[in-house]
Design a protein around this ligand. Structure first.
Ligand code: F0G
Length: 458
């Protein structure tokens, strides 16, 4: 008999989580004004709000915490992290930041000016936010297949090279300070970008002398998908694949809270000494001195160790197979989800599942609340609430996809938890037609409304 799959680690420390009754949850979610961000963590049983900063560090990472060097300048922890980054990515220069959006803030301060255009695959919200904050424009050049959840494509994060070249010619290279390629692409559902696409995108960028930035939060998961799905990479190690991936970039921003398996942290790395010098000034102003930039020494140590662990095949295999396990179980229960499964999350097609509810009553939010009421599982709406209003007309912006994201923290939950989630959502799917009403907005902020919005039942 073939041996079944088992996790590549065992558990050394546990944390209590909190089951609750449906009655409790009815009250809590009402008090939270039907916004899942307003719940207290002990009102949640299984928390799939995000995979960012919610992973479990290893025994080796915790021991690195004990030997962190907290010197203001020249700490050994800084050099340990610098070595890890250059070993894994090949970039000689780096600046630590407190998280991913801080890396974007520092880098874009050095790179982007008013009136610029920044094409790429679909940019993450904070990336787009930092571009628009500088009165520049993010241009989405993702392949069309990304927006059809029922179509199979092994690399739905890919850039459409035709759209990209069109954008470069339309906006002219002098107005394009960089391309930003997000690996894996969170916005299109944790979908990977192929090595061939990275290579071709890089060559196109070089033709017009435009630097390429990788938004690298989930770069290791991207490498895993290349190994599993792209011809010619089966026999290469994750580290070899990662090294080749970064050879097609000039700069990277990193939210270390994902694939580097730490609870807080980020960095920028690059090949150009000139850009490094320019960005250093902004890093010192916004984040901290060059050799700590918003991180403590102990955190830089844990991050260095996390980068090595996060690029090990066995760890990634456990991780991605757990996400796929949840996807497979959900399909068995008739839940409509995006395929192929993403690296860090399962995306439920709430728009199709809840199509009997009007769009302006927030289909994905309605599903997220029903899942919470059913089971205490907290997912997150990636739909109309998140897409917010058009800045000019103030009308709701209806996105191409109305999704419920179930993001899986790294090394935290077991497959029993995955079974629990699958049954819970299966139960909701089975009674979906009895859910006939959604929600209306009581109060919302002028931007980023989803974090603080207050809702009531229609
Ligand atoms: N880039 C990507 C692709 C991300 O997914 C995120 C964060 C960031 C940048 C920003 O990094 O949070 O460290 O400042 N994504 C989280 C999520 C918040 O839930 O997907 P950060």
């Amino acid at each position: 008999m073939e041996l079944p799959f088992a996790e590549s680690y065992k558990i050394k420390m546990v944390e209590q989580i909190h089951p609750s009754t449906r009655e409790d949850r009815e009250r809590w979610i009402r008090e939270a004004r039907y916004n899942l961000f307003n719940l207290k963590s002990n009102q949640v049983f299984i928390d799939l709000l995000t995979d960012s900063g919610t992973g479990a560090m290893s025994d080796k990472q915790w021991s690195e915490m004990m030997i962190g060097d907290e010197s203001y300048a020249g700490a050994s922890s800084y050099f340990k992290l610098k070595d890890a980054i250059s070993n894994i990515t090949g970039f000689p220069y780096f600046l630590p930041t407190h998280q991913g959006r801080a890396a974007e803030n520092v880098l874009f301060s050095a790179l982007i000016k008013e009136g610029d255009f920044v094409p790429g695959n679909a940019h993450f919200d904070t990336t787009k936010g930092h571009i628009e904050f500088r009165k520049a424009t993010a241009v989405d050049c993702t392949i069309d297949e990304a927006y059809d959840t029922f179509v199979y494509h092994p690399f739905k994060g890919n850039v459409d090279l035709g759209k990209l070249e069109e954008a470069i010619l339309k906006y002219t290279p002098s107005k394009i300070p960089a391309l930003v390629i997000t690996i894996t692409c969170n916005t299109s559902g944790g979908q990977p970008v192929s090595m061939e696409n990275l290579r071709q995108t890089y060559h196109l960028a070089k033709k017009y002398d435009i630097p390429v930035v990788f938004d690298s939060a989930r770069f290791a998961e991207n490498a895993y998908f290349i190994k599993m799905r792209e011809p010619g990479y089966q026999d290469k190690s994750i580290r070899e694949i990662v090294a080749e991936m970064f050879s097609y970039a000039d700069i990277m921003t990193m939210s270390s809270k994902k694939d580097a398996i730490v609870n807080m942290g980020g960095f920028i790395a690059m090949r150009s000494e000139e850009l490094y010098r320019k960005a250093t000034v902004f890093n010192i102003v916004f984040e901290g001195y060059i050799t700590y930039g918003g991180m403590s020494g102990r955190d830089m140590n844990a991050l260095a160790q996390g980068l090595y662990e996060g690029t090990e095949f066995d760890y990634l295999d456990t991780r991605i197979k757990q996400v796929a396990y949840l996807g497979t179980r959900l399909k068995e229960y008739g839940v409509e989800i995006q395929e192929p499964f993403g690296g860090h999350a399962i995306f439920v097609n709430a728009g199709s599942m809840m199509k009997h509810i009007p769009k302006d009553q927030f289909q994905a939010q309605t599903l997220a609340i029903e899942l919470y009421l059913e089971s205490g599982v907290r997912g997150v709406e990636i739909g109309t609430l998140l897409a917010d209003r058009d800045p000019v007309t103030r009308e709701n912006r209806y996105p191409k996809l109305e999704l419920l994201r179930l993001a899986i923290p790294r090394r935290v939950y077991t497959n029993n938890h995955m079974d629990y989630i699958a049954v819970a959502l299966g139960n909701v799917a089975a009674r979906k037609n009895s859910i006939t009403k959604g929600f209306r907005i009581l109060r919302e902020a002028p931007i980023m409304r989803h974090f603080t919005v207050e809702l009531e039942r229609v």
